[in-house]
Design a protein around this ligand. Structure first.
Ligand code: SF4
Ligand code: SF4
Length: 492
């Protein structure tokens, strides 16, 4: 791959070594020296912060400090005192009334070590049931920690590697890739080019990314099941956050049985800029909605992926709502809508369970109407057949396992975002010349000891094998046949 204004590359496989799995989160947290400062907000919040404090200690954070009113003048002095002690990493759980980042900046505290979750507007001010709101607060806090601290792990490694190659911090938002995996040169794929909203990607002798046009929206990385792109800084690990947000219940030590229980899990993937501001506004004005609404904020709608939506269902979501900002570029809107269509095709049960809306920033009334409307008629049901972990570093492998786990169909039409093909060969006339296996860009067809094998999970449905066979013996169907996804078949 060639980048215009190309910078040094980092081998992404080195970085994957620093990924953490959910089971290792606790030990990682303990090593990271995190301080949590939370505001009890005695005046308005419904959350039981004593229970939450015990919960935070239970998940392995020992340094937990609270204040009754962090937004008061006295509270701000208290916050400054905490900053003066230079905690290594500080999580503030409070409301949006004060800009905690600006104050930290004034105090010369490194803001990259400060993590703020507006737990009051997103939970404490918008619910009425103390037990449910407290359960939701625990899930949101655990999910926030899991997402952000797994990212910190990766980012630190990335920053060190990039700096060692002479890059400035400002240059770290850059693209790295594994060009050897790109299928465009053989005419087998062009997905990133079709979805890039700024037409920054083209393919001639090699894949070209014009950095003058690229604004690092990340859609190319999300579209590509070959994992060719790799973008800094990485988004928080949203899949890891899902594990915690959708956990059945958090039992804090000493909690009464049945105390921490939400009946439905309605996961909301929302744009972390404009739509998050609308959520915050709803919180400030105290607009109420059901505790079962579990929001997770993505940097932009382009961060959504088919895998992420399917993982939400795999982890126990009963419904997924996508909320984007109306002013989103048309190609990103098309990408999100196509991702939803691709997910719905995988299982008939997902048809009514995925909803998406484009809303205007600060349109609180529309937001509340959507949230209220979408919490009705959700029948809790176990949708997955098997658990699929969030530890994959091969997106295609993860997608295959998610389809096997969630699909209720024998045949699924493939799409640009779920690119699969199924090959049938008229074997009676096959001379075993091996041309199809030699040309297959993904090794879905292989020639071994006088036989041809087909691995459906690797086939992208490019048709190249079909056209190379002089006797026209192959037929490539643009579909996923679920019964064959996990096997290699001897076709001749
Ligand atoms: S989506 Fe991936 S495989 Fe397809 S053309 Fe782009 S980089 Fe190549
Ligand atoms: S098996 Fe045929 S259609 Fe599938 S990826 Fe290989 S060449 Fe393309």
């Amino acid at each position: 791959m060639t980048f215009l204004n190309e910078g040094p590359r980092v081998d992404r496989r080195l970085l994957f070594k620093s990924f953490i799995s959910p089971s290792k989160l606790l030990s990682t947290l303990l090593k990271q020296n995190i301080t949590v400062l939370f505001c009890n907000c005695r005046s308005r919040s419904i959350i039981d912060f004593e229970d939450v404090e015990t919960f935070i200690r239970d998940i392995g954070i020992k340094d937990v400090i609270s204040h009754d009113s962090l937004c008061s003048l006295e509270g701000i002095e208290f916050y400054k005192n905490v900053l003066n002690n230079f905690p290594k990493k500080l999580i503030v759980l409070a409301c949006s009334k004060r800009n905690f980042k600006d104050i930290a900046d004034e105090m010369n505290y490194p803001t990259e070590n400060l993590y703020v979750l507006e737990i009051q507007e997103l939970c404490g001010f918008v619910h009425s049931d103390l037990f449910k709101a407290t359960e939701k607060a625990k899930r949101m806090i655990a999910s926030f920690i899991a997402q952000n601290f797994s990212q910190t792990q990766k980012e630190v490694g990335g920053t060190v590697l990039a700096r060692s190659k002479g890059l400035e911090a400002k240059d770290i938002r850059t693209l790295y890739g594994r060009p050897e995996l790109c299928l465009s040169f053989k005419g087998a794929c062009s997905s990133c080019m079709s979805y890039c909203p700024r037409d920054a990607i083209s393919s001639h002798i090699s894949l070209l990314v014009d950095r003058r046009l690229c604004n690092v929206c990340g859609v190319c990385e999300n579209v590509c099941l070959q994992d060719v792109f790799y973008i800094f800084p990485l988004n928080p690990d949203f899949r890891l956050g899902l594990d915690y947000l959708l956990k059945e219940s958090w039992k804090t030590s000493g909690a009464k049985k049945g105390k921490n229980f939400l009946e439905h899990n309605i996961l909301v993937f929302a744009c972390g800029e404009e739509v998050k501001n609308t959520f915050i506004r709803a919180g400030i004005s105290g607009q109420k909605y059901k505790e079962e609404i579990l929001p997770t904020f993505l940097p932009s709608p382009s961060a959504i992926t088919v895998n992420l939506i399917l993982q939400a269902f795999n982890k126990g979501a009963q419904k997924v709502i996508l909320l984007g900002d109306n002013s989103c570029p048309p190609k990103i809107k098309a990408y999100v809508e196509n991702a939803i269509i691709a997910c719905k095709m995988i299982s008939s049960k997902l048809n009514d369970r995925i909803r998406f809306f484009w809303i205007k920033e600060n349109d609180v009334t529309t937001l509340i109407n959507i949230l209220e409307g979408e919490t009705e008629d959700v029948e809790p049901e176990v949708l997955r057949k098997q658990e699929v972990s969030v530890d994959y570093d091969d997106r295609r492998e993860e997608l295959v396992d998610l389809i096997i786990s969630l699909s209720d169909k024998e045949v699924i039409p493939s799409s640009k975002l779920t690119p699969f093909g199924f090959i049938e060969i008229n074997k009676s006339d096959c001379s075993l010349c091996g041309k199809c296996a030699n040309i297959c860009p993904t090794n879905a067809l292989t020639f071994h000891e006088g036989h041809i094998y087909f691995d459906h999970s690797k086939c992208v449905g490019c048709n190249i094998c079909e056209s190379v066979c002089e006797k026209r013996l192959l037929k490539c169907y643009q579909e996923i046949r679920t019964a064959f996804l996990d096997k290699s078949i001897k076709v001749v």
